[in-house]
Design a protein around this ligand. Structure first.
Ligand code: ZN
Ligand code: FE
Length: 254
């Protein structure tokens, strides 16, 4: 099977939608279309016809393009089955037990709640679409879940291979990295990554995708066991969930 082609589509202020194209089957999906126009233009430029719309969660900046794109292309909308009522135009509800198939290609669905209660990730080949749960050097806010729930969701994503490419919902990387540096100022991997991120953002280039391996080395929300982070927070003896919760709380007002 040929590799999937993945194209970033910047939307709204700092969202990313992604076109996912299977050249063998002639299928094209869009993940989390915030709005229709940039998606339509990206499809036209590649001469791809939209067949599927995938949503990681119900928020408007991830589903705003659902109905107009469905009307334009007759695409099938696939989203978290446990949130059917909140996904505009949903045709197919999926979860961990159902998974999904993009043509003949199996796609894993991971249930990763906490940003919203039914948030999912789509995982195919070496790519994971993590929505607003795992960001580059950050994680989503806890709108519908607890710190323990988010830590469990992130831990689930951490089981994927280190080479997995992480495609997330927003370009928040620079600000996330600055927060990470307050917790781990001497992490050499973080210092090196921030040089790359600052250079990319200076020329307005995306910092996405990253890899899970790089996230494990630099994303504080995947590192509550780090001695440096614990000492920055004054929580040397605490459990991972407590450390995670304190980081998330501080990031909310960073
Ligand atoms: Zn969201
Ligand atoms: Fe979002």
């Amino acid at each position: 099977m040929a590799a999937l082609e993945i194209e970033l589509v910047p939307c709204l202020k700092d969202n990313y939608a992604y076109l996912v194209h299977d050249p063998d089957a002639g299928l094209t999906a869009v993940v989390d279309p915030s709005e229709p126009d940039p998606v339509r233009k990206a499809l036209a430029a590649r001469r791809w016809k939209l067949t599927h719309i995938l949503n990681t969660h119900h928020h408007f900046d991830h589903t705003g393009g659902n109905i107009p794109l469905k009307e334009m292309y007759g695409a099938t909308i696939v989203g978290p089955g446990k949130d059917r009522d909140r996904i505009p135009g949903i045709d197919v509800g999926v979860d961990e037990t159902t998974g999904w198939k993009f043509g003949a290609r199996p796609v894993r669905v991971l249930e990763i709640p906490a940003h919203t209660r039914a948030h999912i990730a789509f995982v195919t080949d070496d790519a994971a679409f993590t929505g607003d749960t795992l960001f580059a050097m950050g994680c989503g806010r806890l709108f519908e879940g607890t710190p323990a729930m988010m830590w469990k969701s992130l831990s689930k994503l951490m089981q994927l291979p280190d080479a997995t490419r992480i495609f997330c919902g927003h370009e928040y990387t620079l600000n996330n990295g600055r927060f990470a540096q307050t917790l781990e100022p001497k992490n050499p991997d973080l210092t090196a990554r921030m040089r790359d991120v600052e250079a990319a953002r200076a020329r307005n280039a995306p910092t996405i995708p990253s890899t899970l391996g790089l996230e494990k080395k630099t994303n504080p929300f995947l590192r509550p066991d780090s001695a440096a982070i614990r000492s920055s927070l004054g929580l040397a003896q605490s459990g991972d969930v407590e450390v995670f919760a304190e980081m998330r709380k501080r990031k909310d007002s960073f």
